[in-house]
Structure formats: structure tokens, C-alpha cells
Write a protein that binds this ligand. Structure first.
Ligand SMILES: Nc1nc2c(c(=O)[nH]1)N[C@H]1C(S)=C(S)[C@@H](COP(=O)(O)OP(=O)(O)OC[C@H]3O[C@@H](n4cnc5c(N)ncnc54)[C@H](O)[C@@H]3O)O[C@H]1N2
Ligand code: MOO
Length: 392
């Protein structure tokens, strides 16, 4: 068997294969309701100011600060009522107050709002406008008045390209009256799980069969990384069937990921079909052994022009392969950059860990107290860990 390829080398080769997919992503325009979790492909610029008009930050009285600022703070007549949603109010005469609600337009002439609890009125009764009001605390010009454009001015960049859209970001866009956003189109990934023995969960299990965990794992992993699963299928070890599925996947997806059928067995049909052994010209996938455990047997190349990665069938190996070789690329394809850095953290090992010689070992861990991490998964590092399971 040829020498094992270092993990970094295989990562670089996969990155080079997929670089054209990530280099310049198309952008699509989506309604805000469909854009959660997506990444802006262009700046969002405000077409209006926010707030659009000068308005009150409190339920209270709009006044001229100078009228009520004196030591005696004389009572002033309440000459108008300004609820939120009302049109432009009449200017406030000198020496008067207007009862005003939070969010209502502050009339010209007024330069401050006094909260109702800072006046002799104390609190508002439904519908009953007091005839006069006396301010009980010092008033400064500008207090509790939100100026037009104080949050956002026309032409401001509300959110720059590259921003991930969560609830707060979508709200900021909506507040500017913008109904759609330009977002990066994610990578479309096809997930193919191969093996004569694999069965869809929910079906009966015959002797020698195993439930397919890889489809579920990789479909979820692709979506979590921001990608779109354009196609997913399960297929046995029949070359014709596999080719048929690959033909469809290669058309529908930017990238095909397979699991299983890549080690040294007698029925490694994935290897035969994808390496072009069975159909020269269709597949150009190079199979190699990477110096890692789990996830050693790897393949990368193209099938009918579409990039293909082949992950080993063991479920833990397939998941580790995704994390090590593909997760960041799917994230980048969706515009998410910098997530990888945010995930990395240094912890102290709680127990000794012995790694096999010449291979990088990837262990699952459980975060423990006092900043420690403990390897979980037992001696067979690729088996399913019992609960409590890994947290990292
Ligand atoms: N002689 C050698 N044998 C093996 C080697 C080797 O170097 N020399 N490598 C071992 C390593 S490491 C791995 S990993 C596996 C990879 O094998 P394949 O990619 O060919 O995968 P399969 O043989 O199809 O399956 C391996 C294992 O995982 C189970 N499996 C497969 N698909 C699924 C699925 N979708 N859901 C759940 N479980 C699945 C399958 O039943 C096998 O138990 O090869 C070693 N052998
Ligand atoms: O490398 Mo295999 O992927 O150990 O389990």
C-alpha cells in the first residue's frame, strides 16, 4: 500500500478541487421571511431614515423645556392630544403642553417630553386628557425625543455584505422598509450512502443489515453548515444502479459526497465506478489513505465533471471526514466565514490519551468541569458512544 497522505495535504487537495465553487458565489434575492440564517451577498442600504420623523420615547407631555424649566415650574395648559399613528400634529404654542404617547410625532415647537410619572398627573386614565399639567422634575431640552434619522440616515449601510441574518439583523432591515435581501446562494450537495447492507431507518432489519446513519448525519451536517442538500440517495453495490444515481446527482448538485465502499474489500464498487475503471471517462477520482484515524480511506476527484468526495462508510469516520475536510468549505460556500475560528477552544485533557503512531487521531470529547475535556467513545474510537455522549 502506498504511503499515507498527511491530513493537511488532503485538506489542501480537497480545498483546491472545490475552490472554484467557493471563489465567487451567486447571489439571489429573497423575502425577509425566507432569509433567516443566510448571509448577505451585498450591502443593504437604507432607503429611508429611521425614525422617519421626530417622535416621543415616552408616554407623557410634549413641552418647550424653557416653559417649564423655572424654579417654580408653573402648570401649563394641555392643548392637544397626540396618539401614535396620528398624522403630523399642529405646532405647539408657547407656554403649553400636548399629551403625547410613545412613538407619536413630537409637534414643532416642542423640544422635550416629560414622562407622565414626572408630572402631577401621575398616570394616564383612558381617554381623559387633563386640562393642565405641572412638571415635578427638572427638564432638559431634547429629553425623550428621538430625532428623525437618529438610528439610520437615508443611504446608510444598515448591514454590510457578509452579515449572517438572524432575528435582530432581519428586524433592522425590516425597520428600514426593505422587504427583500440579496443573499449568497449556498452550495448544493448530493449525499449518497452506499452499501449492500444499509437499510432506511423505520424498515425491518434483515440478518446482516445495518440501519443507514450516514445519510441522516451528512444531510444534517450539510444543512448545519449552511449548504443545501440537492439530492440524497441510498444505493447498493450494483455498478449500474450506482452510476444511475451518480448521473442524477452530478447534474443536480455542485458537489457529490459518497459514503462507504472505499476500503480494501472485494466489493468496493464506489471505487471502481468513480475511478473510471468501469466507465473510463466518467470518473476521475483518486483514492488514497490519509494519515488519520478515523477517516483514513478517502477519495477526491470528479464524476462527469462534478466534484466528488468519497468518505469511508463507518458512521463516525464519515462524520469526522465531513468536519475535517468539508465543513468549512460548505460554510464558505454559503458566505459564513470565521465560524471555524469561533468553534476552536483550548481545554486541558482530563485523562491521558495515546495516539496511534504515524496518524492523527480525532477523538470525540466531553467538556468537563474546570475547563477540562475528556475523550469519550471507548477503546473502539469509531463506535457509538453511550450516553452521556460527546459534546465536542
Ligand atoms: N483490509 C482493510 N480493511 C479495512 C481498511 C483497510 O485499510 N484495510 N480500512 C478500514 C477503515 S479505517 C474503514 S473506515 C473502513 C471503510 O470502509 P468503506 O468505506 O469501504 O465502508 P464500508 O465497508 O461500506 O463500511 C464500513 C462500516 O460502516 C458500516 N456502514 C457503511 N455505511 C453505513 C451507513 N450508511 N450507515 C451505517 N453504517 C454504515 C458498514 O456496515 C461497515 O460496518 O474500512 C475498514 N476496512
Ligand atoms: O479510518 Mo477508519 O475511518 O478508522 O474508521
Amino acid at each position: 500500500m502506498s504511503a499515507r497522505i498527511p491530513v493537511q495535504q488532503h485538506r489542501a487537495d480537497v480545498a483546491a478541487l472545490l475552490a472554484p465553487l467557493v471563489a465567487s458565489r451567486p447571489v439571489e434575492v429573497l423575502p425577509l421571511g425566507q432569509a433567516l440564517g443566510r448571509v448577505l451577498g451585498a450591502d443593504v442600504v437604507a432607503p429611508v431614515a429611521v425614525p422617519a420623523f421626530r417622535n416621543s420615547q415616552m408616554d407623557g407631555f410634549a413641552v418647550r423645556a424653557a416653559d417649564v424649566a423655572g424654579a417654580s415650574r408653573p402648570a401649563v395648559p394641555v392643548v392637544a392630544e397626540i396618539p401614535a399613528g396620528a398624522g403630523a400634529p399642529a405646532p405647539l404654542p408657547e407656554g403649553a403642553a400636548a399629551r403625547i404617547m410613545t412613538g407619536a410625532p413630537v409637534p414643532d415647537g416642542a423640544d422635550a417630553v416629560v414622562p407622565v410619572e414626572d408630572t402631577d398627573v401621575g398616570r394616564f386614565e383612558q381617554g381623559a386628557r387633563p386640562e393642565s399639567v405641572q412638571v415635578l422634575r427638572p427638564v432638559t431640552a431634547g429629553q425623550f425625543v428621538r430625532d428623525a434619522g437618529s438610528d439610520v440616515q437615508v443611504g446608510d449601510v444598515v448591514l454590510p455584505a457578509g452579515t449572517e441574518l438572524g432575528p435582530a439583523q432581519l428586524a433592522a432591515v425590516a425597520a428600514c422598509g426593505v422587504a427583500t435581501v440579496p443573499v449568497v446562494v449556498p452550495l448544493r450537495v448530493a449525499v449518497l450512502s452506499t452499501g449492500a447492507e444499509i437499510v432506511e431507518p423505520g424498515q425491518d432489519l434483515a440478518p446482516g443489515q445495518v440501519y443507514d446513519a450516514n445519510s441522516t448525519a451528512l444531510v444534517a451536517a450539510v444543512r448545519q453548515a449552511g449548504g443545501v442538500v440537492a439530492f440524497d440517495a441510498r444505493c447498493d453495490d450494483d455498478p449500474a444502479a450506482l452510476r444511475e444515481v451518480l448521473d442524477e446527482a452530478a447534474v443536480l448538485a455542485d458537489l457529490v459526497v459518497t459514503t462507504g465502499g472505499v476500503s480494501q474489500g472485494a466489493y468496493e464498487v464506489v471505487k471502481d465506478v468513480l475511478a473510471g475503471v468501469l466507465d473510463p471517462g466518467a470518473g476521475h477520482v483518486e483514492f488514497r489513505s490519509v494519515a488519520m484515524q478515523p477517516g483514513g480511506p478517502q477519495g477526491f476527484g470528479r464524476y462527469r465533471g462534478t466534484p466528488v468526495l468519497t468518505f469511508p462508510g463507518n458512521p463516525v469516520s464519515a462524520q469526522v471526514s465531513f468536519v475535517v475536510f468539508l465543513r468549512e468549505i460548505v460554510e464558505a460556500g454559503a458566505g459564513h466565514i470565521g465560524r471555524a475560528g469561533a468553534r476552536r477552544e483550548r481545554r486541558r485533557l482530563a485523562d491521558d490519551v495515546v495516539s496511534p503512531g504515524g496518524r492523527r487521531q480525532f477523538l470525540r470529547g466531553a467538556l468537563g468541569p474546570a475547563g477540562t475535556v475528556r475523550a469519550v467513545g471507548g477503546r473502539a474510537r469509531t463506535s457509538w458512544p453511550r450516553w452521556p455522549g460527546p459534546t465536542c
